[in-house]
Design a binder for this molecule. Structure first.
Ligand code: FAD
Length: 532
């Protein structure tokens, strides 16, 4: 009798699901996914609340990797006809929006759900109750908004740092100042970054800046402004565009969760197994080999073991090392224990309308501002970003005449924000937005709050000694660390997927080294700017 091999995959987020999909489509290895929650998609899931859909922070589908772009489009093909908001916009305004290249044979989003939309990107900074272009552009409106004194200080400190560069770039503050000058750093980067991480920029390693915004500089932003004036028809292939400046992206009609729920169904159709509501609590290992994992079924409260030939882990590295128990050396345990994370709360609000009105020369439905998201730079509030889901996909909102927004808060599990009762938090969020003139609190019709732990693996704590962990886990030939928290790396969906694709390809080719998995998202340049 032929014995089919089994791969046990921890986590049904983009990394785990991609690994399983690659296995069912390219090998005879049977994947068994164990997922801690009852959801599919991990941080990239979409939550449905009274017919309105909300992401854990809007998720753009964009990658410099052609493999990933193709992979996504095989699961959800790109739209062949206009989506609801474009159709209505044409009817109301008889004006064409920025042209997008529709796929000639693609599905019609008005008739089919299995479709990926092409969206124009707009994200601005809200500061001093005014909008600033993102990335910052030195144009008339920026000068008027900031005032001439601030502008002189910004230009002066930028010139200064170019003449007298920072000698040693150790911290994130050094990185920002050497890139943008002290004044620009203090005006636009310091507070926002500290809101995100909850620690001063002087305590964050410069690596984070280098990895997330290494392409963005004053000169490149200026060059981009000139280029975008010249450019006309846009294509979704923007391989040569700086990733912080990507102007179009793909987005599943019903949010990122739709992508991952579709992938999960395909995996099950092809014989893979997904066990939900079950948390991996122990790895059974001897002599640098994993034999099985034990998981706690949260419904029955029973612990079971599943054995396998290969193991993929997208669970947080900190928890993985803990699950290895005494088998992990003391030094590895110490570094694992010291890894830190930043957690996240999002509040969805349904409103009749926003207080701020659209003053851009973009025609929008019902006068809604055209931004996908806004960076909230105002110092007196804790909210970091605001998503406008109508502008991600009109199908995210049950009634397109209403406005469905997501407010994003960065916190630490167990701190005052995290512990605040739901009703109190929602009220606090509403009051914050009202106080900075974005909404009128009387226009709120519905709300939802979602807490998500470990959304950001931190580049502080014991992160600088991460090699201790990597050297240890790399010795396990049949264990593959993949994904974002799975590798403690600021990976987006595409990188998380590429780590999974590479791990499966190593199994197929017999490649024993894990270096090519760790190399993903170190050499390439990538998007996500400011701090997500
Ligand atoms: C605010 C925000 C905005 C973002 N925007 C974008 C964007 O625009 N574009 C983009 O591409 N990416 C974006 N990302 C990143 C994206 O969310 C992640 O890259 C992606 O979800 C990582 O996939 P993953 O599978 O590695 O991890 P996760 O999504 O974290 O999935 C891991 C899964 O493992 C499960 N798990 C954990 N521990 C256990 C255990 N012990 N046992 C069993 N299961 C376990 C979890 O429940 C989860 O389902 C954003 C992230 C955030 C926080």
């Amino acid at each position: 009798m032929i014995r089919f091999e089994t791969a046990v995959i921890i986590g049904a987020g983009p990394a785990g699901l991609t690994a399983a999909y690659e296995l069912v489509t390219k090998t005879n290895i049977k994947p068994v996914i164990i997922e801690m929650t009852t959801d599919i998609g991990g941080i990239s899931k979409t939550v449905v609340h009274n017919g309105n859909r909300i992401d854990i922070g809007g998720h753009r589908f964009f990658s410099k990797s052609e493999i990933v772009m193709k992979w996504w489009q095989e699961i959800l093909p790109v739209q062949g006809s206009d989506s609801k908001d474009d159709i209505l916009r044409d009817i109301y305004y008889q004006k064409k929006r920025t042209q997008i290249r529709l796929s000639p044979d693609g599905p019609d989003p008005e008739k089919s759900d299995r479709v990926m939309l092409i969206r124009n990107r707009l994200s601005r900074i809200y500061f001093l109750r005014k909008f600033f272009e993102y990335p910052l552009t030195l144009n008339g409106s920026t000068i008027t908004n900031l005032g001439i004194i601030r502008i002189i200080k910004i230009v002066g400190s930028y010139v200064w740092i170019k003449i007298f560069p920072v000698k040693k770039i150790r911290t994130l503050e050094d990185f920002f100042i050497s890139r943008f000058g002290k004044e620009l750093y203090k005006t636009f980067f310091k507070d926002y970054t500290e809101k995100i991480w909850g620690v001063p920029c002087t305590e964050i390693a410069a690596d984070w800046g280098a990895q997330r915004i290494k392409e963005l500089s004053v000169s490149r932003a200026l060059l981009h402004s000139v280029k975008s004036v010249i450019k006309s028809k846009k294509s979704i292939e923007q391989k040569n565009t700086d990733t912080s400046l990507i102007e179009q992206f793909l987005y599943p009609k019903l949010g990122p969760g739709q992508m991952w729920e579709t992938v999960a169904s395909l995996i099950e159709e092809k014989g893979g197994i997904i066990i939900k509501n079950s948390e991996v609590v122990e790895l059974n290992i001897t002599d640098y080999k994993v034999h099985g994992v034990s998981y706690l079924n949260k419904t029955t409260n029973l612990i079971s073991e599943v054995k396998g030939d290969y193991f993929f882990s997208s669970m947080p590295v900190k928890e993985l090392i803990k699950a290895m128990g005494k088998r992990a050396p003391v030094e590895v345990k110490r570094v694992g224990e010291g890894l830190q994370y930043r957690d996240f709360i999002t509040v969805g609000l349904l409103l009749n309308k926003l207080k701020i009105k659209n003053k851009k020369s973009v025609f929008t439905l019902y006068g809604l501002i055209p931004d996908n998201w806004i960076y909230i730079q105002e110092r007196e509030v804790k909210v970091g970003r605001m998503q406008i889901f109508n502008n991600w996909s009109p199908y995210m909102v049950a009634n397109i005449e209403k406005v469905w927004i997501g407010l994003e808060y960065f916190c630490n599990e167990g701190d005052n924000l995290w512990k605040m009762p739901d009703d109190e938090f929602v009220q606090f969020a509403i009051n914050e937005l009202d106080s900075i003139d974005i909404i009128d609190k009387n226009e709120v019709i519905d709300s939802v709050i979602i807490r998500m732990s470990k959304t950001y693996p931190a580049y502080f704590g014991t992160y600088s000694q991460f090699n201790v962990i990597r050297d240890f886990t790399d010795k396990f030939e049949n264990l593959f660390l993949i994904g974002r928290n799975g590798m403690h790396k600021y990976n987006n969906q595409d990188h998380s997927m590429l780590t999974a694709i590479t791990a499966v390809s190593n199994i197929i080719s017999g490649e024993k080294s894990k270096d090519n998995i760790w190399d993903i998202n170190t050499e390439e340049v990538y998007h996500e700017e400011k701090a997500d």
